[in-house]
Design a protein around this ligand. Structure first.
Ligand code: CP
Length: 307
């Protein structure tokens, strides 16, 4: 597979061997960083980060990744200070930014925005989240985190909890997990079930169970992947109020969990994991945050063709 110039838009564009390759490169870079400190692979290259929606982890970990590869970063964290405010189209913004950079990271509230950007740009475009659709780089770091914690993905029983309707991280992750020999529990309020088209695809490949019962499911799980209810994506505030606070993972809920259960969350969290869980061995979500740097270094280095 030639990675140079490749766009990263949807996890559906990847094969299992593509995914495994990125994880291997990330592992090598993590080791290399530990041994040598900051690297020089992307010296002279420029990353443009275009964030039309708020972000802490994705933007900063991409920036950190580019700095650790020896490259530079330009960009914006809100469209409000750009010429989008004057009515500039996304296509014109992309055609402009590619004159200044070698790779573009884009987060946008509109589903399909990253694909559109990739069609317009000559340089690689990486999707940092498009509406409720996909967040493929989060999925790669999630898989990397699971592999680091368990040494494998095959054979695990994994629960996805919370907003499975609007949460883009769980859409990408469920599709990627279908490449592996896993059993999947989809735990959500009725209103926030995983979209039917994803369920149908998953059923052809792996065993899945849909349930609203968190406490009854927890004892079966090796990994519990918790998500925030995506308030900003609800068309109707009334609908949000009906599901708000549906689940909270706390010490009481965890009393029947396996000792080896690991809890993940793409973050930010609101109230779906109580901070008392942070000091337990179950909490994997800050290691998960760390994984963003080596995985995004791998993606930047590969798409730039410098690794
Ligand atoms: N996980 C994630 O996408 O976090 P941010 O919204 O802070 O980037």
């Amino acid at each position: 597979m030639n990675w140079k110039g490749r766009d990263v838009i949807s996890i559906r564009d990847f094969s299992k061997s593509d995914i495994e390759f990125v994880l291997k490169v990330a592992e090598r870079l993590e080791e290399e960083l530990k041994e040598k400190g900051p690297l020089e692979y992307a010296r002279g290259k420029i990353l443009a980060t275009l964030f039309f929606e708020p972000s802490t982890r994705t933007r900063l970990s991409f920036e950190s990744a580019m700095h650790r590869l020896g490259g530079s970063v330009i960009g914006f964290s809100s469209a409000s200070s750009t010429s989008v405010k004057k009515g500039e189209s996304l296509a014109d913004t992309i055609k402009t930014v590619e004159q200044y950079s070698d790779v573009i990271i884009i987060r946008h509230p509109m589903e399909g925005a990253a694909r559109l950007a990739a069609e317009v740009a000559e340089i690689p475009v990486i999707n940092a989240g498009d509406g409720s659709n996909q967040h493929p780089t989060q999925t790669l770091l999630d898989l990397y985190t699971i592999k680091h914690a368990f040494g494998r993905i095959d054979g695990l029983t994994i629960g996805l909890l919370g907003d499975l309707k609007y949460g883009r991280t769980v859409h990408s992750l469920a599709e990627a997990l279908a490449f592996y020999d896993v059993e999947l529990y989809l735990i959500s309020p009725e209103l926030l079930r995983m979209p039917r088209h994803i369920i149908e695809e998953l059923r052809e490949k792996i065993t899945i169970h849909e349930t609203t019962d968190l406490e009854g499911t927890i004892p079966k799980l090796d990994v519990l992947y918790v998500t925030r209810i995506q308030r900003e994506r609800f068309p109707d505030e009334e609908e949000y109020l009906r599901v708000k606070g549906s689940y909270q993972v706390n010490l009481e809920v965890l009393k029947n969990a396996k000792e080896s259960l690991r809890i993940m969350h793409p973050l930010p969290r609101v109230d779906e994991i109580h901070p008392e869980v942070d000091r337990t061995e179950h909490a994997l979500y800050f290691r998960q945050v760390f994984s963003g740097v080596p995985v995004r270094m791998a993606l930047l280095g590969l798409t730039l063709g410098v690794l």
